[in-house]
Design a protein around this ligand. Structure first.
Ligand SMILES: *[C@@H]1O[C@H](CO)[C@@H](O)[C@H](O)[C@H]1NC(C)=O
Ligand SMILES: *[C@@H]1O[C@H](CO)[C@@H](O)[C@H](O)[C@H]1NC(C)=O
Length: 232
């Protein structure tokens, strides 16, 4: 008798918990090592907390690695992400993304990709085709997917390829964005000095701060629009 009441209470609490969890907007940080083994995700989370939005969203993805032992100021930092060190946009588009999306079911995907493709001498055309395929896969899972595409940070050893992708992205967005599934850009490249790379590829803490400072306002705007939040 007592136990069954407690079980009922537990069941109701769990149900309520899962309903509340389901109402959170799911944001997937997608990328390569610049997403996985860096600290900008924790800074963005702090920024969302400061904006009063952290409790309305969750980061999603199959990984929770925190290689650099980054510390957000809030214990609630959601470590989930879909950053995979060494991965190419081309391979993510052709082999992995549909499965990741099916598991995580994001409402928003934000990605920086192309560095490993450029490093592997893939053409800008092939990289942008991979971007297009990724967007098709996102919309197949969620026709209302909101997408944020980052301009890629510098790669001093091969910067011409990075510049070519970044130059292609604005026009690619114009032809690929739709009202139902808008694509917006976060400029993580302009004014990013190569001295803010710790190893010639990955951002140091100053570089992480640049990425977060460019991404945060765009993400906040996307979150507010998705949640119909009109207050400043
Ligand atoms: C984001 O957080 C960092 C670290 O706390 C802070 O320096 C920066 O000003 C914040 N940016 C925004 C847009 O809140
Ligand atoms: C936001 O508003 C639109 C249009 O009124 C509505 O279709 C949608 O369900 C709302 N979304 C949320 C999260 O309230």
């Amino acid at each position: 008798m007592y136990t069954s009441k407690m079980n009922l209470l537990l069941a109701v609490t769990c149900l309520l918990g899962s309903v509340l969890a389901q109402t959170k907007l799911k944001v997937m940080p997608l990328g390569d090592s610049i997403t996985e083994i860096t600290c900008w995700r924790s800074i963005v989370w702090d920024n969302l907390t400061a904006a009063g939005l952290a409790d309305k969203i969750q980061f999603v993805g199959s990984s929770t690695t925190n290689t650099q032992n980054c510390k957000a100021s809030t214990a609630t930092w959601d470590h989930h992400h879909e950053g995979h060190s060494g991965f190419l946009a081309i391979d993510i588009a052709n082999k992995y993304l549909t499965g990741w999306l099916a598991s995580a079911k994001p409402d928003v995907v934000m990605f920086m990709l192309g560095t490993n493709d450029v490093n592997g001498r893939h053409s800008t055309t092939d990289i942008m085709a991979a971007y297009t395929k990724m967007v098709q896969e996102m919309r197949a899972i969620n026709p209302a997917m909101k997408i944020i595409v980052d301009l890629v940070i510098p790669l001093p050893s091969s910067n011409a390829g990075i510049t070519a992708i970044n130059n292609a992205i604005p026009d690619w967005i114009k032809t690929t964005t739709t009202a139902a599934s808008p694509i917006v850009m976060a400029d993580c490249n302009t004014g990013f000095p190569s001295t803010d790379l710790r190893d010639g590829v990955h951002p140091n803490l100053a570089g992480d701060a640049i990425i977060a400072s460019r991404l945060t306002p765009v993400l906040i705007s996307v979150i507010k629009s998705a949640l119909n939040i009109t207050t400043a």
